[in-house]
Design a protein around this ligand. Structure first.
Ligand SMILES: Cc1cc2nc3c(=O)[nH]c(=O)nc-3n(C[C@H](O)[C@H](O)[C@H](O)COP(=O)(O)O)c2cc1C
Length: 315
């Protein structure tokens, strides 16, 4: 049996990624209904907003056991966010952007499943040492915050599979069933898809942002802001401002000043495509429509079967 299906109470080894401003209760509930892991991205949420979003998800799905919360460990409200999630009965956590040592033991003692996002085999081994149940190995292609070392998913997954004994979930640059088949061929037990689930009916991304993703070309994104926290951005006017500063060798402080406050909310949630920050992965170029989560998930399963059945048995 697939190792991720042993670990998580889901039907298919697919995780709808946690995404700031994009994966609220509605998206997570639709994912849980579709048989995959539905992840609420707590990163952008004050504890009371997270509370509302979990409660909303609980009213929208008959599979609360398939709901998870993603907690990036770089914000000051982490412990309150985790407390809120636990109080609402969440049993599955995906931590990211910080040390896996900080929360894993505490969450495991409370009977939770913990997965941590990593961008290198060395860090994956540290996650295993910290006691996580699985690692999500995220390549350079991925949307959102990213590793500094630019290791692509294709190269990262086989190395992580060798580095750890726990299940490996591949993330970054997967947007269809062929991509899922490729990730499993590389040794992953499952996949986490972000950008592809961003472009669905149920995500809370602004319609103008979703449209931009559907129209994206292969060169639509770039990894920026390595001096602060590396993040893959859509090339909009805000990106051009960041790029100009970086080309002038701007300091960390100058970049932080440009970033200011509320840029990500303005771009992704409120649809300010000019001065807002827009995070997406390279796979945006493959996204051509805005299906429902159920339609997309069924399509991924069919594409996977076709991809596997059409592979030559011998080279
Ligand atoms: C808009 C957006 C926001 C994201 N926000 C988060 C986040 O809050 N926490 C996190 O761990 N990863 C975040 N990510 C990364 C995703 O969880 C996921 O690993 C990534 O999207 C996978 O790559 P893909 O976009 O190529 O599918 C974000 C990605 C996107 C596209």
């Amino acid at each position: 049996m697939n190792r991720l299906l042993k670990l998580l109470p889901i039907q298919f080894p697919i995780i709808q990624a946690g995404m700031v401003y994009v994966s609220g209760g509605k998206l997570a509930a639709a994912s849980a209904e579709a048989g995959i892991l539905g992840v609420i991205g707590a990163g952008s949420m004050k504890p009371e907003v997270l509370d509302q979003q979990i409660k909303k998800a609980l009213t929208l799905t008959s599979h609360p056991e398939r709901l998870a919360v993603n907690v990036p460990l770089l914000y000051e409200k982490t412990s309150e966010q985790i407390e809120v999630a636990l109080r609402n009965g969440i049993k599955i956590f995906i931590t990211s952007a910080g040390s896996p040592k900080t929360w894993t033991k505490i969450l495991k003692e409370k009977g939770c499943v913990v997965m941590h996002v990593t961008s290198s085999p060395e860090l994956a081994a540290k996650c295993e040492d910290a006691g996580v149940d699985a690692v999500i190995a995220e390549g350079f292609e991925a949307g959102g915050h990213n590793g500094r070392d630019e290791i692509t998913t294709m190269v990262l997954i086989p190395q992580v599979v060798v580095a750890v004994k726990i299940p490996v979930i591949a993330a970054g640059g997967i947007g269809d069933g062929k991509g899922i088949a490729a990730a499993l061929a590389l040794g992953a037990s499952g996949v986490q898809l972000g950008t592809r689930y961003l472009a669905t009916q149920e995500s809370s991304a602004h319609p103008a942002f979703k449209k931009l993703i559907v129209e994206a070309k292969s060169d639509a994104t770039m990894l920026m802001m390595k001096k602060i926290v590396p993040v893959r951005l859509v090339k909009n006017p805000f990106f051009e401002e960041v790029k100009k500063l970086e080309d002038q060798n701007a300091t960390k402080e100058e970049l932080e000043a440009l970033l200011g406050k509320g840029r990500a909310r303005a771009g992704m949630l409120n649809g300010d495509l000019v001065s807002g920050e827009l995070e997406a992965g390279q796979i945006a170029a493959l996204v051509k429509d805005l299906p429902t989560v159920s339609e997309l998930t069924q399509r991924l399963l069919q594409e996977y079967e076709i991809a596997v059945s059409t592979l030559p048995k011998k080279l």
